[in-house]
Design a binder for this molecule. Sequence first.
Ligand SMILES: NC(=O)c1ccc[n+]([C@@H]2O[C@H](COP(=O)([O-])OP(=O)(O)OC[C@H]3O[C@@H](n4cnc5c(N)ncnc54)[C@H](OP(=O)(O)O)[C@@H]3O)[C@@H](O)[C@H]2O)c1
Length: 289
Amino acid sequence: MDKILITGATGNVGLSTVRLLLDQQDLNYEVLAAVRNVESAKKMDGLGKAHLVNFEFDEPATYAAALKGVKKVLLIRPNQVSDVSKHIFPFLDQVEKSEVEHLVFVSIVGAERSRIFANHRIETHLKKMNIPHTIVRPSLYMQNLITLHGQEIRQNDRIYIPAGAGMVNYIDARDVARVVVELLTKPGHAGKEYDITGQEPMDFYRIASLFSRELGREIKYARPLTIKFIRKEMNEKKGMPFIVTLSLLYGAARNGKMGHISNVFKELTGTEPRNLEDFIHEYRHSWMK
Ligand SMILES: NC(=O)c1ccc[n+]([C@@H]2O[C@H](COP(=O)([O-])OP(=O)(O)OC[C@H]3O[C@@H](n4cnc5c(N)ncnc54)[C@H](OP(=O)(O)O)[C@@H]3O)[C@@H](O)[C@H]2O)c1
């Protein structure tokens, strides 16, 4: 049976993609989850049923086994991998030489406009290669409000994001995975580029009020200056490329570039994407004291 290779398979979008693919009754592909640690991945909910293969972008020796028999690839660049010419391009070279017929790349909102994004460099490189591909550019993931900003909300009752009064149209990473599954399993998407957003842009004052209502205590929007945000992230020993990327994204929000609505999710899936209020309700335990 032909295979679909999912990179980043333990992460936000990759894990949901594996789960959705495995739930499909009539899937004509074997699902191959590319992971750095097979033993710990086996214990993850949903991954145990997938075929697991050892894979690291920075270990080219792992590429050949992962790509054997693979016809479709989901490419997710881990945030930690910023030197893409060293760690992603060699993988794409191998994909180009393989039997892969279609690759879906999860980029990020605005990456086409800003050279500074690592995902921009991947997009540009892919366009020069002979790999049929689709580029997806999601807006920010709702999951960031747990993984990146959850501690501030839980401990200090505040959202610490330098987005001014700008809007963000958050999307649930599980909905990005729904789009990815469509693109990987249905024909006609090669050569296309899709923005995916949620259904309602909001500023962080409104988002803070949604948290306050759900959690039953006041959550404030701190509205820090970018420089203060950068200092805080540096004190927490976050990597510089990641801090720069986050600051650029929130700067774009501040400048009114993150508030648009795309209908791609509805066009491809026939349903509305999840909304932020329901997400906060579903994961309320993440921000409880
Ligand atoms: N967060 C957002 O708001 C947002 C929005 C749009 C697009 N994006 C883009 O989404 C991407 C991140 O995706 P995500 O949030 O789904 O992932 P994620 O949750 O951050 O997880 C990263 C995944 O990559 C794996 N990984 C880390 N280092 C690796 C390496 N050297 N070789 C192979 N695999 C490695 C991790 O595996 P382990 O379990 O082994 O660590 C994990 O499966 C970024 O390119 C980002 O720009 C993010």
